[in-house]
Design a protein around this ligand. Structure first.
Ligand code: SF4
Length: 396
């Protein structure tokens, strides 16, 4: 894929600093932490608001505050946003309440299915024309929504389709939540084979670096776990936030009181290679990122997942498996960590390919020999470009 030149960015603090280097085709993309300036914001939506703000929005629109909870119940518990179906509300108030709290945030452009219809990738158009994708994956025992937190991504990982397109903008809290609600609706309506069901898991592994859009992502986490009428009432244990290792934000997340699972995309145990594969490593090194993940596990009691995409002849050598074990075990072996190996999803025109099967098996064997819990992720959705690192919102 060709490199692109992102819009100029601004900086505003320790994490929120952008590398102002302008990319040149063929050279690595710059790291971009802040979204480019934009003309319009997404409309304010119920899912952007906490309880107090919801009530205030309703009273400002000239209606009694308790109506906010009724609308919240329709949206989060019944998954309804059509005012005609809110029959407990006075007919004259339905439209004004929906206008105040439930503007249309996104419209579907395409839905592509795989795995007999149990994997569905939806391409959405947002209010300003921005395109984002999410993927629903139904398994026998759970339904997982993989959501996007940004349109594009500024982290510039060279093997990732999303990263090669640069960062367009952050998504709002409601734009993130609405991806989950839309998936929940399609399950409720029986549109996914297997009968009506519920979303049990959410993984922030679609487009974007979630911790680079921190406030909106934490807002979305609160909406996902709070019970109706404030949220979807999901278990935090079913939610995974993935990061390439924005260390100050990992520390901040541990303070939020939201025991979600943290997934650190490590992809290399040594700085020399990780500087290339995960360019944010030039800012926070392997030991800093793994140390922050260990601290997260210690403080939240949640086991951290180390994500490691196995890339043929790049990071899949046996000695790197041993080094990965050394790095992780240097923090103790109390079960704080799990390694999730990901067969790389090939992206068109990319020189990066998946490791050979026997190499993958040897990598697993070496980690397990050191008693590190290790699994190999299945590659669901690969045929519809819906697997990790393949969401590029190309409309395909
Ligand atoms: S791998 Fe994740 S963090 Fe890296 S560029 Fe892709 S979406 Fe961004």
């Amino acid at each position: 894929m060709t490199a692109t030149t992102p819009e100029p960015t601004h900086s505003s603090g320790s994490v929120d600093q952008a590398d102002r280097t302008v990319s040149t085709p063929g050279l690595p993309l710059p790291l971009v932490f802040d979204e480019p300036p934009r003309r319009s914001k997404p409309p304010r939506h119920l899912a952007d608001l906490d309880t107090a703000a919801r009530r205030e929005a309703v009273t400002r629109a000239g209606m009694p505050a308790f109506r906010a909870n009724q609308v919240g119940h329709h949206y989060f518990a019944r998954l309804v946003d059509d005012p005609d179906q809110m029959t407990d509300l006075p007919a004259a108030l339905r439209e004004p309440l929906a206008e105040a709290l439930l503007p249309t945030l996104m419209t579907p452009v395409t839905v592509r299915s795989a795995d007999g219809g149990t994997t569905r990738k939806t391409l959405w158009r947002l209010h300003d024309g921005t395109l984002v994708e999410c993927v629903l994956m139904r398994y026998p025992d759970r339904v997982t929504m993989c959501v996007s937190s940004q349109a594009g991504c500024g982290m510039a990982c060279p093997f990732c389709a999303t990263g090669q397109g640069g960062l367009q903008r952050n998504l709002s809290t409601a734009e993130i939540v609405e991806q989950v609600v839309a998936g929940a609706r399609s399950l409720q309506r029986g549109e996914v084979p297997g009968g009506p069901g519920r979303v049990s898991n959410v993984v922030f592994m679609g487009m974007g670096e979630p911790l680079a859009n921190y406030a909106a992502v934490v807002g979305a986490l609160r909406r996902l776990v709070e019970p109706s009428p404030s949220g979807l009432g999901m278990s935090a244990r079913g939610i995974t936030v993935s990061t390439v290792g924005l260390v100050p934000r990992i520390q901040q997340l541990a303070d939020e009181g939201l025991p979600v699972t943290l997934a650190l995309s490590l992809h290399a145990p040594d700085d020399e290679l990780r500087d290339e594969l995960v360019p944010v490593n030039t800012r926070w090194k392997v030991t800093e990122a793994v140390g922050a993940a260990w601290e997260y596990a210690s403080r939240t009691g949640r086991r951290v997942s180390i994500e490691y995409a196995l890339i043929k002849d790049v990071n899949d050598q046996g000695w790197r498996a041993d080094l990965l074990a050394d790095v992780l075990l240097s923090y103790g072996d109390w079960g704080w960590v799990h390694v999730n190996l990901i067969p790389l999803n090939p992206t068109p025109g990319s020189r990066w390919t998946a490791s050979r099967r026997e190499v993958e098996r040897e990598f697993v064997r070496r980690l397990q020999a050191r008693r590190i819990s290790t699994t190999v992720r299945d590659t669901r959705g690969r045929e519809i470009d819906g697997a990790c690192g393949q969401l590029a919102a190309t409309g395909g």
